[in-house]
Design a protein around this ligand. Structure first.
Ligand SMILES: NC(=O)c1ccc[n+]([C@@H]2O[C@H](COP(=O)([O-])OP(=O)(O)OC[C@H]3O[C@@H](n4cnc5c(N)ncnc54)[C@H](OP(=O)(O)O)[C@@H]3O)[C@@H](O)[C@H]2O)c1
Length: 249
């Protein structure tokens, strides 16, 4: 692992939990962020017998600049700096056809899915200007295909994340800061049930559309992120990498 001070925003989500399981054995200072759901992180800390010197929890809503900057600063104060930021936060405010979205709902999608990642990266990169670092943001494979009818604000925000990655990678390069995104396809997580409110039949139908004929597992995405944080990622920046089982081919 490059450096060992890693902050995972959205660690309480399913992909986030898979990632901290992979990272914990090699991280000197692993910061795990949650918004409403702290329980899985407490359970993991207990199960893996992680002490407070190596593993710390940070709770906050990350919809505005102040809260994003506060999270990164709190983590850096605890860890003595930051080598890597992984952003896995995301939600769909209201899964309805775009014709019916209000301005507030549209803005809420952009705040969590675009503003949050930007302001997290903005602050993390300020800390990384001395010593370099890695930033990995979360897009979605569907951002390249017009998003979903019921999740358009989310898709537009994720397309914005892909633009962010290119600018931040270009400007981070002279400081040794590498910036990339992962673009999950259809991954089997609570995102689809709790947030996008899809039922079992819709999930089954969606998985059948994937060339590999299954939904991805949270670990499928977590392993790519782990790779980007490792020496394997030393010469990769400005990329948005799909983990989608061949979806959209
Ligand atoms: N699953 C997929 O098929 C898929 C596909 C494409 C892209 N992605 C992206 O991959 C990332 C991880 O997804 P996942 O499947 O692991 O989703 P998930 O299980 O629903 O996790 C979402 C995470 O975002 C956090 N979050 C939600 N709203 C927030 C807010 N306002 N402020 C701060 N944190 C907030 C949640 O915190 P709490 O749970 O603590 O509230 C949770 O940690 C997301 O960016 C998602 O958009 C997922």
């Amino acid at each position: 692992m490059i450096g060992s001070r890693v902050l995972v925003a959205g660690a309480s989500g399913d992909i986030g939990q898979a990632l901290i399981r992979l990272l914990a054995p090699n991280c000197a200072k692993l910061g795990a962020h949650y918004c409403e759901n702290r329980v899985p992180l407490d359970m993991f800390a207990e199960e893996a017998q992680l002490d407070q010197e190596h593993f710390a929890l940070f709770g906050s809503d990350l919809s505005d600049q102040e809260s994003c900057h506060r999270l990164v600063d709190s983590y850096a104060a605890w860890a003595g700096g930051i080598d890597a930021l992984v952003q896995l936060t995301g939600t769909v405010t209201k899964p309805v056809p775009w014709e019916g979205l209000s301005e507030d709902e549209w803005n809420a999608d952009l705040r969590v899915n675009l503003n949050g990642p930007f302001f997290l990266a903005q602050r993390a990169m300020a800390h990384m200007k001395v010593g370099g670092g890695r930033v990995v943001l979360a897009s979605t494979a569907s951002a390249q295909h017009g998003g979903g009818t019921n999740t358009l604000g989310y898709g537009v925000a994720k397309a914005g994340v892909e633009c962010l990655v290119k600018c931040l990678a270009r400007d981070g390069a002279p400081h040794g800061i590498l910036v990339n995104a992962v673009a999950p396809g259809f991954i089997q997580t609570q995102f689809h049930t709790r947030r996008a409110q899809k039922n079992a039949a819709a999930l089954k139908k969606r998985a059948e559309l994937v060339p590999l004929k299954r939904a991805g597992l949270p670990e499928d995405v977590a392993r790519l992120i782990e790779y980007l944080l490792s020496a394997g990622g030393n010469y990769i920046t400005g990329e948005c990498m799909a983990v989608s089982g061949g979806d959209w081919l």
